[in-house]
Design a protein around this ligand. Structure first.
Ligand code: MRU
Length: 352
């Protein structure tokens, strides 16, 4: 474990009018915190995966707007809102798939518009962004509790990518469910997939689970079928970047393969995500899958692992259809098929 690791990983926070985040590109070798006072730096950090994971980029975007409101030199309310709108566009353009980014930005814009003076807007925006960060942790804990009943003592749980403390403000969604299961007194083990090409599984998930004393085993992505066929896995839980109302789940590339393999072996496959990840407006076929640069695939770190000038297809996310999903765990309960009925219900009865 690197020096200076405390017992709680806090991925992103606000400190003295600056945004502080763990630089996830340096993990697991170094635990480094970066500080930003310019929203453009936050936009770069989201684009370059210094901060990543749907809920974490939602809060990072909100903090980006909090910086933008402090940076603005506008002398009128309209001028300040125009500066904020410019920052919103820049932050929004960083990554297209996770709906939480747009959700976080819209929430702040809405708050800003309710202010009646420049000073009032600045206060409101900063305090709303800070509140969103705190609420993210509470939501993850509620989700964890709701999900923990689905897991049994001595289960070995597979997860893909990183949907942990490092993908949220703290605690995590899928890994939050695993944490809550352990907190409920059950003994669980975890199998983490490597998650090529960026290796969020090996670099981040094993790092944070080891940090918290979990029994975690790392497998290459290619060993998912082997692990399931040989009885090494009882259940799967993953996070999500966007869930549409038909129950189609968009998550890290490779999730669809894991879900298909789980179905083949009769292994329950759960998705854990907050309501802010659910997009009731967009149809599955209209969700934009982020395509990333080929060099992520033609090398590992600085080491080249493919010939020069090779053509690469590098989608960052894929879509898992609802028939492969045993349940969607949220802070408001667990939705089951048919999702077109159960997902909207999560937003009803004071549930939004
Ligand atoms: O490209 P990333 O690392 O941002 O992708 C992250 C994922 O796909 C996570 O599984 C998802 O955001 C859920 S995080 C709680």
């Amino acid at each position: 474990m690197p020096d200076g690791v405390d017992s709680t990983l806090r991925t992103v926070r606000w400190n003295k009018n600056r945004v502080v985040m763990i630089d996830q590109t340096k993990l697991p070798n170094e635990l480094i915190f970066v500080e930003y006072d310019d929203f453009n730096q936050v936009a770069d950090a989201i684009r370059n995966l210094v901060v990543r994971g749907a809920p974490a980029i939602g809060v990072a975007g909100a903090f980006g707007l909090a910086l933008a409101v402090l940076q603005s030199k506008a002398t009128t309310k309209d001028g300040l809102l125009a500066d904020l709108e410019n920052a919103r566009k820049i932050l929004f353009a960083t990554r297209p798939t996770a709906v939480n980014l747009g959700w976080g930005l819209e929430k702040i814009m809405h708050t800003a518009k309710s202010g009646n003076s420049i000073e009032h807007i600045k206060e409101l925006v900063v305090s709303e962004a800070k509140k969103m960060a705190e609420e993210d942790i509470e939501i993850n804990k509620a989700m964890g509790k709701n999900g923990s009943v689905l897991f049994d003592n001595n289960d070995t749980i597979m997860t893909h990518c990183n949907a942990g403390a490092l993908a949220t403000v703290a605690y995590g969604t899928a890994l939050g469910v695993i944490r809550a299961t352990r907190e409920s007194g059950k003994n669980v083990k975890v199998i983490a997939t490597e998650t090529r090409p960026i290796q969020q599984g090996s670099r981040l998930t094993t790092f944070e689970l080891k940090h918290d004393g979990f029994d975690v085993s790392l497998i290459p992505d290619t060993a998912v079928g082997y692990s399931m066929a040989n009885g090494l896995v009882n259940k799967v839980v993953v996070g999500a970047d966007r869930i549409v109302k038909t129950g189609h789940v968009f998550n890290k590339i490779g999730t669809y393969q894991v879900a298909t393999m789980a179905k083949q072996h009769g292994i329950p496959f759960y998705v854990a995500a907050p309501l802010s990840t659910i997009d009731l407006e967009t149809k599955a076929e209209d969700v934009i899958i982020e395509m990333r640069k080929g060099s992520e695939v033609t090398g590992i770190g600085d080491k080249k692992t493919a010939p020069d000038d090779i053509n690469v297809i590098n989608p960052a996310f894929d879509m898992t259809p609802p028939e492969l999903i045993s349940g969607i765990i949220t802070e408001k309960g667990v939705a089951r098929a048919p999702y077109e009925e159960s997902i909207p219900k999560l937003f009803q009865d004071g549930n939004s």
